[in-house]
Design a protein around this ligand. Sequence first.
Ligand SMILES: O=C(CO)[C@H](O)[C@H](O)COP(=O)(O)O
Length: 232
Amino acid sequence: MNPKQAAAERAVEYIQDGMIVGLGTGSTAAYAISALSARILSEGLEITCIPTSRATAESARAMNIPLSDWDTVRKLDLTIDGADEVDPQFRLIKGGGGALLREKIVASATEHQIIVVDDHKLKAALGVFPLPVAVVPFGWQATRDRLEYLLSAPVTPRKTPNGDIFISDDSLYVLDVHFGGPLPDPDALTARIKTITGVVETGLFVGLCHRVIVGHPDGATSEASLGYTAAL
Ligand SMILES: O=C(CO)[C@H](O)[C@H](O)COP(=O)(O)O
C-alpha cells in the first residue's frame, strides 16, 4: 500500500462517533477523506467536518461527508492533515498546496491534530522545503523585498502550473522563502515574519501537532504523540 494511504487510513481509526473533524488538504489528506467516507458508509458513523480548503470541501461533498461551518462550530475534536516537513519537536512546514491559512485556523481550534506523512517528510531540521508565507496581494512586491531583507533568503511568488500567480482560497498570494537549510530559530520565526505589514500567515506550525503518523514503503505505519494521551 502507498505509504501516504497507510498513514491516512491509520489516522481515520481515531475518529469516533459524534466528533467534529477537521479535513486537511493535499494528497495524503485525500486518502483520509476516502477512508472516512468508507467508514461513514459501512458503520453509519455520525460526525460533522470542517474542510481546510475549497478543494477538500468539494471532495468531501462528493463522498457524502457531512460538512459544517463556523456558525455552529468553535472547537474541533480531531483534525487529520498532511505536512511538507516534520521535525523531531513536531514542528511543521505546511502550505505546499497553498492552504496554510485555513489549515492553521483549523489546527489552532483542534484538540487532537494528527499529521499524516510518508517517511520522506521527517527531517532533523525544517527548512529545505521552502517556507510559504501568505500575503495580501496589494504591494506584494514590496512585501517580498522586505521579507528577503529580513530573512536574507530568496523569496519567490507561488505560480500555478501554467505560470499564473497562485491565488489562495482567501484571495491571498503565497510567497515561498527559500532558506535552503535549517530555519533560523523556528519557534520565533513566525512572529518575526509577521512584523512585516502585508504578511497574513506563515506555513510554519509550532505547537499545533499532537500526533504524527508515518507511512513506510512496506505499507507499515509508526506513530508518536506529544502532549495528548487519547489511545484507540
Ligand atoms: O500543507 C498542505 C497543503 O497546503 C499539505 O498538507 C502538504 O503540502 C502535504 O501535501 P501532500 O500530502 O500532498 O504531500
